[in-house]
Design a protein around this ligand. Structure first.
Ligand SMILES: Cc1ncc(C[n+]2csc(CCOP(=O)(O)OP(=O)(O)O)c2C)c(N)n1
Length: 435
């Protein structure tokens, strides 16, 4: 009897804990018309055998502020940003575009090994970056260089990373376009798709615990949203009530895969409510609409400690990467339509011109200036040596293990014998001891 009581004790104390926390209430039959009391869902009964249709409603509408001519449709939706900020936004978009052109060409000439352009998606980067606070933490996929550009990442550092030279903060270890900046709170990009999404949720949870009044923004493409990691992240963010903005760039393609082969629901925004996440779909080529949506998302997620999903509809005008020829799977006319008819840069420019904040002379002047800046940074980066080759053994762990030290020594001995067969003159010599 005494043993039985002992066995019962932990169970009964657990029950009272849950009751105290209001986590679980015992079901009660109140009347024969009571609502279902299953703990798993709040819903009514039905006696009609009916499946919920997946196309029950028209798609979630696409929020926009400006039309294609840069005219604001409803004046109360104009964020009325100060001129300086708008010019900084426009210049960040165009500078990114100029940098893309030079680095794309440089890859074609074999000067860098790889590149990915941002053509057509500049509005999603800049509109969202402008709506954040500088200390909000950013997790990206790889096609969000504009966020860094807006935050002031120097052109030299973009170039140093793509060249993997001795000035690259990443020490030349990753493929081009895998940027990161601790100072600008932009978490270093990695290639495996979707992995940043649950990590971003973890950071947002930490922000909540620290009550910092900051949020995390996590960018990904509609293709990456098919990864299991996206599901884990959406669900964790909702149940753990994390201040995070999921920012999906839906640009119509994941390499050669069009969206109708990627999913059959209402895009990515349509998934949000199923996770209990407030969601919005926005015109990604309308920088001001992206700004408004992200600003409102930020306010909600910080005020209420909850995730928000923003799906920015846009079009990937460039090839997927320099390893891709997109004419193999989509028509040149389709690309031309977006490039000439619905481009985020020309739309913001028209808005600026309507407000008399920009004109042809300013455009010509800025084009010249920005091209010179890009070319200068490009030439600087190309001249630099590669990092000390020994750096490939450091940072594997915080300190080099005996095994790694041994491997480094073996490589040193090897180069004493066979150094003539390696391009050693292109490599710098680290001036601090390596550990
Ligand atoms: C886990 C994983 N699977 C596959 C790839 C190869 N891959 C690189 S980019 C990409 C397409 C991603 O498309 P999307 O997320 O829509 O972004 P977009 O390139 O359109 O900006 C794929 C399949 C990868 N990097 N990681």
């Amino acid at each position: 009897m005494r043993a039985a009581t002992r066995l019962l004790l932990p169970w009964s104390s657990r029950l009272s804990y849950t009751a105290r926390k209001g986590i679980h209430t015992s079901p009660q039959i109140l009347s024969k018309d009571e609502r279902p009391q299953f703990p798993g869902a709040k819903a009514n009964w039905t006696e009609k055998l009916e499946f919920v249709k997946s196309d029950l409603y028209d798609g979630i509408p696409v929020y926009r502020v400006m039309d294609r001519d840069g005219k604001v449709m409803r004046p109360d939706q104009d964020p009325k940003l100060p001129k300086d900020k708008l010019i900084h936004m426009y210049q960040s978009m165009t500078l990114l575009n100029s940098m893309d052109k030079i680095l794309y060409e440089s890859q074609r000439q074999g000067r860098i090994s790889f590149y990915m352009t941002n053509y057509g998606e500049e509005g999603t980067h800049i509109g969202s970056a402008a709506a954040l606070e500088p200390d909000d933490l950013v997790y990206g996929q790889y096609r969000e260089a504009g966020v860094l550009m807006y935050r002031g990442f120097p052109l030299d550092q973009f170039m140093n990373q793509c060249y993997g030279n001795e000035l690259d903060v990443g020490k030349g270890r990753q493929m081009p376009v895998h940027y990161g900046s601790k100072d600008l709170r932009f978490v270093t990009i990695s290639s495996p798709l979707g992995t940043q999404i649950p990590q971003a949720v973890g950071s947002a949870y930490a922000f909540k615990q620290q009550q910092k009044g900051l949020c995390v923004i996590c960018y990904f493409g509609e293709g990456a949203a098919s990864e299991g990691d996206a599901h884990a992240a959406f669900n964790f963010s909702a149940t753990l009530e994390c201040p995070i903005i999921f920012f999906c760039r839906n640009n119509g393609y994941a390499i050669s895969t069009p969206t109708h082969e990627q999913y059959r629901g209402d895009g990515i925004a349509g998934r949000g409510p199923a996770y209990g996440i407030q969601s919005i779909r926005v015109d990604g080529n309308d920088t001001l609409a992206v700004y408004n949506a992200t600003r409102a998302a930020r306010e909600i997620c910080i005020r209420e400690n909850r995730p928000i999903l923003v799906e920015a509809m846009t079009y990937r005008i460039g090839h997927h990467s320099t390893s891709d020829d997109s004419s193999a799977y989509r028509s040149v006319d389709e690309v031309r339509f977006w490039d000439s008819t619905d481009h985020p840069i020309s739309r913001l420019r028209k808005y600026l011109v309507h407000n008399s904040w920009w004109d042809d002379a300013a455009e010509a002047d800025w084009k010249k200036k920005s091209k010179t800046m890009v070319m200068q940074a490009f030439a600087n980066a190309e001249k630099k040596l590669k990092p000390d080759w020994r750096l490939m053994f450091t940072d594997v762990y915080e300190k080099m293990t005996p095994g790694l030290k041994e491997q480094m020594k073996e490589m040193e001995d090897h180069l004493v014998k066979y150094g003539d067969h390696y391009p050693l003159k292109n490599y710098a010599k680290a001036n601090t001891p390596l550990e």
